[in-house]
Design a protein around this ligand. Sequence first.
Ligand code: GRF
Length: 218
Amino acid sequence: MTIKKVRTAILISGRGSNMQALADAARDDDYPAEIVLIASNRPDAAGLEWAKARGLPTLAIDHKNYANREAFEEALQNALASAKTELVALAGFMRLMTADFVEHWRDRMINIHPSLLPSFKGLHTHERALDAGVKIAGCTVHFVRPKMDEGPIIGQAAVPVLSGDDPDTLAARVLAAEHRLYPASLKLVTGGQVRVEGEKTVIFHNSNVSSPIYSPGL
Ligand code: GRF
């Protein structure tokens, strides 16, 4: 049986390892999202090369070629419309977007952030988590709202902070979790298992995992 797939565009600015995780997951016939466009605001984004080599449709829309944010976003909207995009997944996309753009994609645009939101919004999350002395870190997939790193949370993954961690070792541990969380979250959203109620989500998913994560371990 062929399933109806949600036409999904991924926006990147750099390495694109989360984009790769999404694109790899979407190769499965039973996965409910189809990747119809990989777009980057940076023509030199390494992720674009990977996507091209995989035969995925790619597009560079260099924000420096546009007079202002609105003009850049108009070009982006046109590209998304041409690809008949139904859902946008941000994956390391480093441009702030206007409220108009975000509202246009309300509950149809998701993002991954490398912290357990609402803690550590913004940049340098791992440094700040270490400075704060937290013992558990992680990542969050959420619907995008005009305020940065806010919006209904779809899923989170937690990892321990280990003694001796520096921002790079912590980032690597969180990134490995991101690569599992993001495809799983996109699957829930495009599979119709997520409903937004107020500024929270209700997830329709049979999960009976209830074991706590201890850090330090017991
Ligand atoms: C990831 O840590 C993601 O959570 C954040 O930016 C980073 C992008 O990495 N939004 P990559 O380009 O997906 O490798």
